[in-house]
Design a protein around this ligand. Structure first.
Ligand SMILES: NC(=O)c1ccc[n+]([C@@H]2O[C@H](COP(=O)([O-])OP(=O)(O)OC[C@H]3O[C@@H](n4cnc5c(N)ncnc54)[C@H](OP(=O)(O)O)[C@@H]3O)[C@@H](O)[C@H]2O)c1
Length: 310
C-alpha cells in the first residue's frame, strides 16, 4: 500500500517521507518506475513503528504533520500462531497507538488503514456500516480492531479507513496469485461462500490523498483548531459485490487465461486455522458523502491492474 502512496503523491507540493522497517525490494522499485515514471520517489527511510522514540524523532526532525500508516501484520492465517500472537498485537494494535501518540503530541493527523475483517462473527447480510459492532473471527481482525480502539483512546485527530480484499501490482496478493494459478493449472476450485468487495490499492490511495487535502484546507481555514471535524472511521472498497470465485473468474477473463476450469466450492474444502467472514461487504455511503469521492466499480479497477501487470 505504501507504494501506491508514492504514486499518488508524486506531483504533490508537500514533502512526503516514505518509511519501512526494511529496504524496498528491487523488483518493486522497477515496477514503481514503470508505473509512475522515473521521477517517482523511491527512497525509503528506515523506521520501526513499534518504537515510540524512533517515531518521535522522525516526527520532530522532519516537522511531520500527517502520518499515513500502511504497515501491519497482514498474514491472516499466520496471525493464529500462538507464538506470533504478541508480535501481531504489537504491530496491529500497539504500533498504531504509538503513531497516534506522536501525532497527538504535535497536533497532527493520523491516517490509519484497517480492515473488513473486524467484522464476520455475526453473519450480516447487508453492507456493514462504520458504527456497527466489530465481531472479528480471528486474531488478525481482533488485533486490527484493538488498533482502532487504541487510536481513538489517544484523542488524536484521526481518519481510519477500513478497506477490504486489497490488491495491486506490488507484493503478494490474491490477483497475482490467481494470475499465476490460472496460467499454470488446468483446474482450480475457489470459494463462493465468502462475499465482499475487492479494492485496488491505488483507488484507496487516491481517497487518502483527497482526505489529506481536505484536512490541510480545514487547518488553513481554522488555524489553531486541533479537532478536525471529520475525525472518524470510514469504509472504503471498490463498488460492487462478489465472491472469491467471481473475482477469480474475472481475473482469468481479463488476462485471457481461460484454459483453466474454475469451479466454485465451499470454504470447508480448504481447512484453515481461521474462520473468514462469510460476508464483509462495506457500506461506503459515509466516505462518499464526507469527502465527495467517486469509487470505481471493482471490475474496472481490476482491468487496470491486470493491464499494468501484463
Ligand atoms: N491485504 C489485504 O487484503 C487487506 C485488506 C484489508 C485491509 N488491509 C490493511 O491495509 C494495510 C496495508 O496492507 P498491505 O496488504 O499493503 O500490507 P503489506 O503488503 O503486508 O505491507 C505491510 C508493510 O508493513 C511493514 N512492516 C512490518 N513491520 C513493520 C514495523 N515494525 N515498522 C514498519 N513497517 C513494518 C512490512 O514490512 P516487511 O514487508 O518487511 O514485513 C510491509 O512493508 C494494512 O493495515 C492491512 O491491515 C489489507
Amino acid at each position: 500500500m505504501g507504494n501506491e502512496m508514492r504514486i499518488v503523491t508524486k506531483g504533490s507540493k508537500d514533502r512526503y517521507i516514505f518509511t519501512d522497517i526494511c529496504e524496498e525490494h528491487p523488483e518493486s522499485l522497477a515496477k514503481l518506475h514503470k508505473l509512475a515514471g522515473e521521477n517517482v520517489d523511491t527512497t525509503t527511510t528506515k523506521l520501526d513503528i513499534t518504537n515510540l522514540d524512533s517515531i518521535r524523532t522522525m516526527v520532530k526532525d522532519n516537522d511531520v504533520k500527517v502520518i499515513v500508516n500502511c504497515a501491519a501484520w497482514t498474514n491472516v492465517d499466520g496471525a493464529e500462531d500462538s507464538e506470533k500472537r504478541e508480535l501481531v498485537e504489537l504491530l496491529n494494535a500497539k504500533a498504531p497507538e504509538k503513531l497516534a501518540i506522536s501525532m497527538k503530541e504535535v497536533g497532527g493527523l493520523l491516517v490509519h488503514i484497517s480492515t473488513d475483517y473486524v467484522f464476520g462473527g455475526d453473519p450480516y447480510n447487508t453492507p456493514c456500516k462504520e458504527d456497527q459492532k466489530g465481531t472479528p473471527t480471528g486474531v488478525y481482525g481482533l488485533t486490527k480492531l484493538h488498533g482502532e480502539q487504541n487510536i481513538q483512546k489517544t484523542d488524536v485527530d484521526y481518519l481510519i479507513f477500513r478497506t477490504a480484499w486489497l490488491y495491486s501490482e506490488f507484493g503478494k496478493n490474491f490477483v497475482k496469485t490467481m494470475l499465476n494459478l490460472t496460467a499454470t493449472k488446468p483446474q482450480l476450485k475457489v470459494v463462493f461462500d465468502q462475499v465482499g468487495t475487492p479494492t485496488y490499492a491505488q483507488d484507496l490511495a487516491d481517497v487518502i490523498l483527497v482526505a489529506i487535502e481536505d484536512y490541510k484546507q480545514a487547518l488553513n481555514t481554522e488555524p489553531g483548531t486541533l479537532n478536525y471535524a471529520k475525525n472518524g472511521i470510514y469504509h472504503i472498497s471498490n463498488e460492487g459485490v462478489c465472491s472469491w470465485f467471481d473475482f477469480t473468474k474475472m481475473i482469468a477473463e481479463y488476462s485471457s487465461q481461460t484454459a483453466c476450469a474454475i469451479q466454485p466450492c465451499h470454504s470447508d474444502e480448504f481447512p484453515s486455522s481461521v474462520k473468514r467472514p462469510a460476508s464483509s461487504v462495506l457500506d461506503k455511503t459515509k466516505v462518499k458523502a464526507t469527502f465527495g469521492v467517486k469509487v470505481p466499480y471493482w471490475t474496472d479497477s481490476l482491468k487496470t491492474c491486470i493491464k499494468n501487470l501484463k
